[in-house]
Ligand binder design. Structure first.
Ligand SMILES: [Zn+2]
Length: 315
């Protein structure tokens, strides 16, 4: 891959329409001659008027999350990468003989078209963000420096989807980096930002490391910080659902590798309802036990001692 990249050349050759098509954004409604609007594919909120795109000018703007710009800014926001990375990806995709990122293929007389095939897997990211692993937010959340290094989490000060957030690397079951999730430092919504093309249901956070720990039993928590805090309490065999539900793929990943699962979801009503549901789904496949936390407690707010105590006697 050549490191030389011409932003102007890429903007001339790749249209916003092609890129929207690549991401299967087919829900935008026409609101003017070249104007489209609809739900924002970047922050994925509920507002159906938030995202505006002008296909003639090749620009977009979201009134809810503030994302906006040209075709490069769009790819950068969707992928959670830098502008330069977005440009390199588009350039590579446009180049002849590109195999790793088959974004474009030869079309008939129209020339090159973007591939619009529905894809459920998470392709490797192919780059890494430069993060500040000693940002004070991590210490405030009780994450020790060694644990921040182990998980590779840190503050991202650059431009793009992860801008001014704590970026958390997410890997596929084989240990390849496939995405970053960005945690807001303040109360900004969404609290966690994911790239638009990322399929959360296909992975478990920390799965490849938990597997490497080589234990029969795995602890399942909801969030990234829960996972880091449980690891920090000396339980390296821990994975995060990135939510309070279990997908079919996640279930297979667990049953494939572990004979015992300990559910330690949040103590709130959502977490306890999910515990019951997930336990029922997993029971045919493996031995399931559960740690039921009080309603006001979740693993990321527990001390290492509290976590150890809770895990000593799961039901
Ligand atoms: Zn938005």
């Amino acid at each position: 891959m050549s490191d030389w990249v011409s932003f102007a050349e890429i903007k001339r050759r790749v249209t916003l329409e092609q890129v929207l098509r690549h991401y299967q954004i087919d829900w935008l409604r026409r609101s003017g001659l070249h104007q489209y609007r609809g739900r924002c594919p970047i922050h994925q909120g509920q507002g159906t008027e938030a995202f505006h795109a002008n296909l003639e000018r090749g620009v977009f703007h979201c009134f809810a999350c503030g994302a906006g710009g040209n075709v490069l800014d769009f790819v950068c926001a969707m992928e959670g990468c830098s502008i330069r990375e977005a440009a390199l990806r588009l350039q590579e995709a446009q180049g002849e003989g590109s195999v790793r990122m088959p974004w474009v293929q030869s079309g008939g007389t129209e020339g090159r078209k973007l591939v619009t095939k529905k894809r459920r897997d998470n392709p490797p990211l192919g780059f890494q963000l430069n993060l500040d692993r000693r940002h004070p937010y991590l210490a405030r959340r009780g994450i020790e420096a060694a644990v921040a290094d182990y998980f590779g989490v840190g503050y991202f000060g650059g431009r793009g989807l992860m801008s001014q957030r704590i970026a958390i690397p997410i890997h596929d079951p084989g240990g390849r980096l496939v995405a970053y999730s960005g945690r807001a430092l303040d109360g900004a919504e969404p609290r966690y930002r994911f790239p638009g093309g990322f399929h959360k249901s296909q992975v478990l956070f920390n799965y490849h490391r938990a597997r490497a720990a080589g234990q029969d039993r795995v602890i399942v928590v909801e969030g990234f910080f829960d996972c880091m805090r449980v690891h920090q309490a000396d339980f390296p065999s821990v994975v995060g659902l990135m939510g309070a539900s279990l997908s079919a793929v996640q279930k297979d990943l667990l049953a494939d590798q572990f004979s015992g699962v300990v559910l330690m979801l949040d103590g709130d009503p959502t977490g306890s309802a999910a515990t019951t549901e997930i336990a029922a789904e997993l029971r045919p496949a493996c031995r399931v036990s559960q740690v039921l936390l009080p309603p006001d407690l979740q693993p990321d707010r527990m001390s290492a001692d509290q976590i150890r105590d809770a895990l000593r006697s799961p039901e």
